[in-house]
Design a protein around this ligand. Structure first.
Ligand SMILES: [Zn+2]
Length: 363
């Protein structure tokens, strides 16, 4: 079988030998016991090409963040942990801060498609001195205590809270929170953002096309490894392969999703260990993967949903295969962690609507 990137035409020329050892999970993330490399599916030329994407991945996902995290993962001293967590508390490492159009404060944005961004569900706290702090909002997870702790760390005493919900349910929960945090505040509504609102150049965007291609590559190679009934040469995978190889694609390949990866977390629980989560799922119509990197006890970064392609199989079946790559308490040994099968991985999709800003001001 040739390198999977020999189709569609114009990508790999198929002249290089196949790699015996393609790591779908970048080595920069660590060495995990029981992990299986992809064998004889990708050629060495393609592997070299993708190594550049992985460099971007390792740097853009903040190597410093990673080192810090893995270095501290084994420490029993919780004070140390808190010092690390709290400055970043609640803020996903890949969140993008950008000024809200027409306002002075910055809000958190998430990517849509390969170049667009939209506001995340969040609460923005604005102090009397004008300084502001945006904290992502998750239904059933975000509570007044967590917010107070985060604000104490950021030294913001809110005189005004801007709520950015993406659903009525979120708006309701946010209102209860703001009532608790800013009793007696009054509420006004701001105009909703128009879709595709321009956010200006102050945006600090660590996401690049290469980063998203690296995410797509990890997901696609993961799928190839765990669903060997597909050769990877099927035409249904042309789009994702072209995207990984060149950055060109029809439609979005990598999308950000807000649902926690794991059912336990959907129920509002907390992870006990740091790790990465990968799953691929086949339904009658399509093949999708979901990945999440650097998820840990207090931090829930984006879950990426990757559209691998339509299901090329003649037979109809539903199957999801998921693994967690969890760091050990002590990362000083030969392995930094281990691969653990996930029994329950479920895709949960929620429609997102235009956010409506609700502003709460103290009197
Ligand atoms: Zn190749």
């Amino acid at each position: 079988m040739p390198c999977v990137y020999t189709a569609p035409q114009g990508l790999c020329d198929g002249t290089a030998p196949l790699s015996r050892n393609e790591h779908y999970l970048p080595r920069a993330l660590g060495n995990f016991r029981d992990n299986e490399p992809l064998v004889d599916r990708i050629c060495e030329n393609c592997q070299r090409r993708f190594a550049q994407l992985e460099d971007v991945f390792a740097h853009n996902s903040s190597e410093a963040f990673f080192r810090e995290m893995v270095g501290r993962v084994g420490r029993k001293n919780h004070r140390n942990k808190n010092i690390f967590y709290e400055p970043t508390m609640g803020i996903p490492p890949l969140a993008v801060l950008g000024r809200h159009p027409g306002h002075e404060f910055e809000i958190l944005w998430e990517p849509v498609g390969q170049t667009g961004f939209r506001p995340m569900s969040q609460l923005v706290f604005i102090g009397r001195d004008g300084r502001s702090q945006a904290l992502p909002f998750r239904r059933g997870v975000t509570n007044a205590d967590k917010i107070r702790r985060a604000l104490a760390v950021h030294r913001v005493e809110p005189a005004q809270i801007v709520a950015v919900p993406n659903s009525d349910e979120e708006a309701e929960e946010m209102q209860a929170l703001t009532d608790e945090l800013l009793p007696g505040g009054r509420q006004t509504e701001m105009a909703p953002l128009v879709d595709g609102a321009q956010i200006d150049g102050q945006m600090n965007a660590p996401l690049s096309a290469q980063y998203l291609r690296a995410v797509a590559k990890i997901a696609f190679h993961y799928f190839l490894n765990y669903f060997p009934q597909f050769s990877g040469l099927e035409g249904e995978f042309d789009n994702i392969k072209r995207f990984i190889y060149t950055g060109q694609s029809e439609g979005q390949v990598v999308l950000a999703e807000h649902q926690p990866f794991i059912l336990e977390l959907q129920a509002g629980g907390q992870l006990k260990r740091w790790g990465h989560f990968l799953s691929a799922e086949i339904t009658e119509r399509s093949i999708e993967a979901r990945v999440q990197f650097f998820a840990g006890p207090p931090v829930q970064p984006f879950v990426w949903r990757i559209l691998i392609g339509r299901n090329p199989a003649r037979i109809i079946y539903n199957e999801a295969i998921g693994y967690a790559f969890l760091y050990f308490e002590d990362v000083g040994g030969d392995f930094h962690g281990e691969r653990v099968p996930l029994r329950e991985t479920r895709r949960v999709l929620i429609p997102r609507r235009q956010p409506i800003l609700k502003v709460y001001r103290s009197r």
